[in-house]
Design a protein around this ligand. Sequence first.
Ligand code: CUA
Length: 328
Amino acid sequence: MTVQSKLGFAYAATACGAIAGCRVNETQSAIHPAGPAAAEIAWLWWLMFWAFTAVFFLVLTLLTMAILRRLPQDALPPLGRTGFIVAGGIALPVFVVTPLLILSLRTSAALHLPEDALTIEVRGHMWWWEVRYPDHGIVTANEIRIPAGEPVRLELTSADVIHSFWVPSLNGKRDLIPGLQNTFWIQADQPGRYRGQCAEYCGTQHANMGFHVVALTPNEFRSWIAKRQQPRPPLSGEQQRGAEIFREAGCVKCHTVAGNKAQNEIGPDLTHIGSRDTLGAALIPNTPGNLAGWIANAPALKPGIEMPPTYLPPDDLLALVAYLESLQ
Ligand code: CUA
């Protein structure tokens, strides 16, 4: 394949990702819980759904009877007018709402963070997620790898405006607020990928501020951590050139890659970019083609973001992609 045809393939792949809807997109559903916290919330949700459905049909029945004037004008309910108002307007709502309040408080209590959990720091940015494993010295973005079957404590904050962390199948929402640290937790019962989404309007690309929680078996999780901490295999010639281009083309002004004199935190840390499944905060799959298109013109895929287009000769772009994909 010539450089040009490879690049044509790269752009075609990007266009597919951006236009034809080849996006990584898993269901986000709070009524399909995949962890204990979400199961508590879903249980309460269904209880309220059926309780309020019953109330809805009761009100509709009374309304229909009133409209059809099925009751004679002078007929009084067995309790009398005042009794009817007290029973229907005060006693019934108290009877319906009080148990729901008690059960809601019970659910809130059940959502308390378990002790002894792995801690992960998540920082919201317009419009991506910074993810840090403080105990392991790992920094990544838009992807939170966790061990399945174990609670994970999250420390949430924001670098700019208020965002909201929400993985509907794992727990409720929690805001990320600048200057404040909120704690939260998630747990996935089974290994799998769970899509999350910013749930607080935070600007142009709020809708594209997605991420994934990837639950691994505890063994897989430990080996994922260990692999991130090992020294990297030596770079090939093309990857070496890509590393130089990374420094010369200005990528270093915004990004961090451990070991490549890049320590800037405006954009996502790219130390492990090659191991991530998506680009642009769960916007498109992380393939070499998509990555080339993203570098060439990220704002075309995600208008409003800070990453500018980068004009590179085709072989330089491919070398840069080869280097970034090697960063596992
Ligand atoms: Cu961040 Cu909406």
